[in-house]
Design a protein around this ligand. Structure first.
Ligand SMILES: [Zn+2]
Ligand SMILES: [Zn+2]
Length: 288
């Protein structure tokens, strides 16, 4: 009666507690662009599955043998007593050196086996550093029964740093240095973006620290369908404010302007040097 209740409980709970947590944690490193646009990644996942050799029973098939642990397969054991050595037949294996195994050799009798599974993972567009992707049923199998619970694989996203671009929520930030003349009169510059080089107009009178927004050229928002960025020269972004698309799907490219100091002209340098010399002469005159 006790046994049957135990069996009933085991069936009911799927024996999960026996093995602890069945979820597996792993880190997935991707690039800034992959995080922004989404990607497919191949990952190798170590996980425990049912042992096929024993159909998860943990028991060895007929005729399976293992080396006798009592005599290490020698069939005889030696005893040392008062300077004498007595050798006897191993009682454990009756001198054979092997015993008929009851445990499956492939899983050690646990009914589970550790494998390395290769998975193709779809990383959705717009994921951020530290976000976790849950792959259901790709963790460890919990028990030896066919209906045992299977844990999940939890992939923690790590975004590799880009040498030029930074992410700020869904916007992509890039620093660009322009010369004072372009800042003063306005012009266009090429800046690195998420999808290659972008032509950006610098308005006249720009100053150091100004930010220019290039609408729709940032990262896709999490949950958005994968869509290309808007075409250059299209005034109205197709990703904003249209009835058929809920909200906009991308952040912006944010260009931060750094104005280079105006190079000093030769004439100005001579004037400064003359002024300094005059000041020095005056100081010297005062001292004498
Ligand atoms: Zn097995
Ligand atoms: Zn033995």
């Amino acid at each position: 009666m006790e046994q049957s209740i135990g069996e009933l409980l085991r069936r009911f709970f799927g024996a999960t507690s026996q093995f602890g947590s069945l979820d597996r944690d792993q880190t997935l490193v991707i690039t800034l662009r992959e995080a922004a646009e989404g990607c497919r990644k191949r990952v190798d996942v170590p996980r425990r599955i049912h042992c096929e050799s024993c159909s998860a029973s943990g028991e060895a098939g007929a005729g399976a043998v293992e080396t006798c642990h009592a005599c290490s397969g020698r069939g005889r054991v030696s005893m040392h007593s008062q300077g004498r050595t007595l050798t006897m037949t191993c009682e454990h294996c009756n001198g054979v050196g092997e015993i008929v195994s009851r445990r499956c050799g492939d899983c050690g009798g646990t009914g589970r086996r550790l494998i390395r599974e290769r998975l193709d993972v779809t990383v959705p567009p717009g994921v951020k550093e530290g976000q976790t992707l849950r792959l259901r049923g790709k963790g460890d199998v919990g028990g030896v029964m066919a209906d045992a619970r299977v844990g999940d694989l939890l992939l923690s996203i790590q975004v590799r740093e880009h040498e030029l671009l930074k992410r700020r929520d869904d916007d992509i930030v890039v620093d660009v240095s322009i010369d004072a003349e372009v800042a003063e009169r306005g012009g266009t510059v090429q800046v690195p973006g998420l999808h290659g080089s972008e032509r950006v107009a610098i308005p006249a009178g720009s100053v150091d620290g100004d930010e220019i927004r290039v609408a729709g050229h940032g990262a896709l928002r999490f949950g958005s369908p994968p869509m290309p960025p808007p075409l250059d020269g299209v005034d109205e972004s197709p990703y904003r404010g249209h009835d058929d698309i809920a909200g906009d799907h991308r952040g912006d490219l944010l260009v931060r302007i750094y104005v280079e100091p105006r190079p000093t002209s030769k004439k100005a340098r001579i004037a400064i040097a003359a002024a300094l010399a005059a000041a020095a002469a005056t100081a010297l005159g005062l001292l004498l």
